[in-house]
Ligand binder design. Structure first.
Ligand code: ADP
Ligand code: MG
Length: 888
């Protein structure tokens, strides 16, 4: 359970400084008072150019932000530990403190430093979930703050990205609400999650858990807070009026933001109520196994599905694409809408490129708006906003140029803010004088600027005029910090100075004077300069208000652009890799022709990926058993089918020659990760827990992909379990299932159960080697395959023969109808020269040849053997017989 943050003023009781209060110097007393208000946060106290942490906070900052620990004297009270963060590098160190899970309260100086103690107050509290500064956030990912409202019979879950204004809530009811909650947390992956104080459950995948007073989660109170925030009478338009838990969670988020960073509140312009049933259920293990957004090997996006899909050119687009990948849908209407757009962009490469070029100039509009609304907007930010709005118009124009169609329909959905664009056009400019408020926007500012120029010109001309008036050719007008502007006359000419010169300072070479006229110009200059800073601030504040007043529309435009970038990225990938548009159906068929694994194919680079078909459900069996040798391509095939279905259900094209997909309600995938786990009981336990979850949750509409269930235990019970699981999937659940197994005995099930079929991954022996073909073919794998390999390995023939006999006696199951033992190689027409689809005849892998050459023990070869070897390799090279993957 996380710490509780208090932002209410503490009672006098809670003020317990370590030193007797009366003897404290005022600054120390002020610090201790601020610290007492935020006992669980690290308080950073602004002192000149530094943000200082004291006492125990200083030790934490020194350790976690990697800052030198020093100490500071406060009056006669002695020294206290101190760590100082330079103000200009605050973000760097804040990022480290937040990453270490700390909450940070920033106490700024409110008054101008001068005599006496400067007033200070905590202006922002940063927690892992409430960070809005782009500099502290990963660009291509959303950062969510979530709130969980547990009601007796349901959960409310709300989440917000305070850097983009996305605010959503949902309600999870029903008996499986805890698993749904776990799935939702896995999808949202919040950095921080609010729960009512005293909430007993431990939450996995919820980020930092922060407890909040329970009354913030009361539905009535929350609804009141939400209505007040949105300024509405009814929450019905948001779709959650009748959902008390959803309201409670959303209200708790508002309450928390009000106390941590109220400047963020204007960004929350709307609340979306989500219906979990609209999405495809994916649990945390499935997300991990399918490597949707994170590769198990690299730990990052590279090597994941998102890594292949992401060709976005804006960070907001990258975030939108990540959301699409994380949230496959069951909603055929929305999926077809996305497909239409992707298809239109695939078809028109010119529009695709043009849109890409314009989008690239827009940048991160969502976070730009967030920064402006919080009051951090600079002239450059408003210029960037102006540019973004103009670019958005250009994007809309490009989409409309093609005439009626999905793209112009999408263009019609864009919210534009022409009045804001026009205002910014008038308000800011970047020219030879740099980025600035455009002349004409603020008459007062123009006047002040004119005054400054005037005064400067006057002072510049004064030297010449005074020289003429006095006849002193060496007379100079100068400036220093102490006296301001002065007139300097060297000693020999002092007798000629006019009467209105007032002596100010004597220097080695002469005297310095002022005149009333000079001082008056100077005063005008200084006053105008001070005014300019003030007027510029006022102009920016006015612009900030104007943007804030339209923040809903601007953010809607940003989201529209972000989705366009994401869909354009999908189209780019589809065009580049030759993907096709899948046909989505309401029924429960699954027909993939020539399917490929999107990630493995991309990683093979140049080497051919062998496409495979898949038929599940509809008129075909609902369960397919996949057998074949290790490294034969089973896991790849399983994942590829799951990924193709998932891609189809985010609205993307798919890597297949063609696909017809009856939408699934859930995908369960247990593949691959097993390979990374060490063997033994714990692996088995994990596997069984996961299998149990699947059997409980899967429905007839689900897609289940299981790899080698039961291998974590002794053969006989593993086999028994695998069989029992299959029978349940077949008889009771009826989910479309791919089941890879090394238990060849299981393949007999196909003869017993009508809805079960066998396929195997093909491999052949050639020149004493096993060559994987990666072709998925009908029927079970050759059960003598292991013995076959053993023969190749040099097992004495009498032993191999005996093994074959034993096997045949023990297991007559995979005998073919005609009584002939089935061999994988029978299914492949094996030409003299082996050529794979897509593999140029006569080509070969130079790498493979090199490997063989390196392995050659030349020292011990006879000349005859060496010559044979050369002849052989040359012949095979000519025949293109080297396979993409050849194992000894
Ligand atoms: P298995 O699960 O049968 O042990 P994998 O699916 O892990 O085998 O595949 C092993 C390797 O074979 C993969 O890493 C990939 O490089 C290659 N491979 C698998 N399927 C194909 C395919 N269809 N085309 C080309 N290479 C493949
Ligand atoms: Mg495998």
């Amino acid at each position: 359970m996380g710490k509780r943050i208090r932002t209410t003023a503490p009672s006098a009781q809670s003020l317990r400084p370590r030193e007797p209060h009366d003897e404290l110097v005022p600054s120390r007393r002020q610090y201790l008072r601020l610290k007492a208000q935020y006992p669980h946060a690290i308080v950073l106290y602004r002192l000149g150019d530094f943000y200082e942490a004291f006492d125990q906070d200083a030790e934490i900052v020194a350790r976690d932000a990697r800052i030198t620990l020093t100490s500071r004297a406060f009056g006669r009270n002695g020294r206290v530990p101190m760590a100082g963060i330079p103000h200009h590098a605050l973000n760097v160190y804040l990022a480290r403190l937040l990453a270490a899970g700390h909450t940070v309260a920033i106490a700024e100086q409110l008054g101008e430093p001068g005599k006496g103690l400067v007033e200070r107050a905590v202006t922002r509290v940063l927690t892992p979930g409430t960070v809005a500064e782009a500099a502290l956030l990963p660009a291509a990912e959303n950062r969510y703050l979530a709130a969980l409202a547990p009601l007796p019979d349901r959960f409310g879950l709300a989440w917000v990205d305070v850097s983009t204004g996305e605010f959503a809530t949902t309600e999870l009811a029903g008996g499986d609400r805890e698993t749904t909650l776990a799935d939702e947390l896995a999808r949202i992956a919040p950095a921080e999650c609010l729960v009512p104080e005293g909430y007993p459950l431990t939450l996995t995948g919820a980020g930092k858990v922060t407890a909040l007073e329970p009354w913030h989660f009361e539905p009535e109170r929350a609804a009141y807070r939400l209505r007040a925030h949105f300024g509405v009478q009814s929450l019905a338009p948001f779709g959650c009026e009748q959902l008390p838990a959803a309201l409670a969670a959303a209200g708790a988020i508002l309450a928390y933001l009000e106390r941590t960073n109220p400047a963020l509140l204007p960004l929350l312009t709307s609340l979306r109520t989500e219906i979990p049933a609209r999405r495809v259920g994916l649990d945390a293990a499935t997300r991990r196994n399918l490597e949707l957004t994170r590769s198990l090997r690299t730990g990052g996006t590279r090597g994941s599905l998102l890594g292949v899909l992401d060709r976005t050119v804006t960070s907001m687009g990258a975030r939108a694409l990540r959301r699409l990948v994380n949230e496959p849908l069951r909603d055929l209407w929305e999926l077809r809408r996305r497909q239409e757009l992707v298809a239109a962009l695939v078809a028109d490469a010119e529009v695709r490129l043009r849109v890409e070029q314009i989008l690239a100039s827009i940048g991160d509009l969502e976070r730009l708006v967030s920064r402006i609304v919080q009051g951090y907007g600079t002239v450059r930010d408003f210029l960037a906003l102006r540019q973004a709005l103009a670019s958005a118009e250009a994007v809309i124009g490009t989409l409309q140029a093609g005439g009626q169609g999905p793209l112009s329909a999408y263009a019609a959905e864009a919210t534009t803010v022409p009045d804001l664009a026009a205002l910014l056009e008038r308000a800011v400019v970047e020219d030879a004088e740099g980025a600035r408020i455009r002349p004409g926007f603020s008459p007062e500012l123009d006047a002040a600027l004119a005054t400054v120029q005037d005064a400067r010109r006057f002072l510049a001309s004064l030297e010449q005029r005074e020289r003429e008036r006095t006849g002193i050719r060496s007379l100079k007008v100068g400036y220093n910090k102490v006296f301001g502007y002065y007139i300097e006359v060297t000693r020999p000419h002092l007798s000629r100075i006019p009467a209105d010169y007032v002596r100010k300072q004597t220097v080695a070479t002469g005297e310095r004077f002022i005149t009333p006229e000079l001082k008056e110009a100077e005063a005008r200059l200084l006053a105008a300069e001070a005014q300019i800073a003030e007027l510029e601030r006022a102009a920016l504040a006015r612009l900030t208000r104007e943007v804030t007043a339209r923040v809903g529309a601007v953010l809607a435009l940003a989201h529209w652009l972000a989705l366009l970038d994401a869909l354009r990225s999908l189209a780019e990938v589809a065009a580049r890799y030759g993907w096709t548009r899948p046909v989505l159906e309401e029924d429960d068929c699954l027909e993939i022709e020539g399917g490929r694994h999107p990630v493995v194919e991309a990683l093979l680079e140049g080497q051919p990926f062998v496409p495979n078909d898949c038929r599940l459900g509809g008129t075909s069996p609902r369960i397919v058993l996949v057998t074949g040798p290790n490294m034969g391509g089973k896991s790849t095939y399983l994942c590829q089918v799951a990924l193709i279905v998932l891609l189809a259900q985010i609205g993307s094209f798919v890597p297949a020659r063609s696909a017809r997909i009856g939408v699934v309600d859930r995908i369960f995938c247990r593949v691959g990760a097993h390979d990374d786990l060490p063997g033994g009981q714990s692996t088995f336990m994990v596997e069984m827990i996961e299998t149990a979850t699947i059997l409980r949750q899967a429905t007839r509409r689900s897609l289940v992909v299981l790899d080698e269930v039961g291998r974590g235990t002794a053969t006989h019970d593993g086999l028994a379990l695998a069989r029992a699981v299959l029978e349940d999937l077949h008889g009771r659940i009826g989910a479309r299932t791919l089941f890879a197994t090394h238990f060849l005995e299981l393949t007999a099930l196909a003869d017993e159960l009508p809805g079960v079929a066998n396929v195997h991954v093909a491999a052949v022996e050639q020149d004493g080697r096993v060559v994987f073909l990666y072709r998925v073919l009908p029927g079970p794998a050759d059960r003598a395959y292991g013995i076959h390999v053993a023969r190749l390995a040099g097992l004495p023939p009498w032993v191999a023969d005996r093994a074959e006999a034993l096997l045949a006696a023990a297991n007559p199951v995979s005998a073919r109808p005609n009584g002939e033992p089935h061999r994988a190689s029978d299914d492949v027409a094996l030409p003299r020269q082996l050529t794979l689809p897509g593999f140029p005849a006569g080509g070969c892998s130079a790498e493979e040849l090199a490997r063989e050459l390196l392995a050659l023990d030349i020292e011990h070869l006879s000349p005859r053997e060496a010559l044979d070897w050369l002849f052989d390799r040359q012949a095979r090279l000519r025949n293109g017989a080297f396979m993409p993957a050849v194992l000894p």
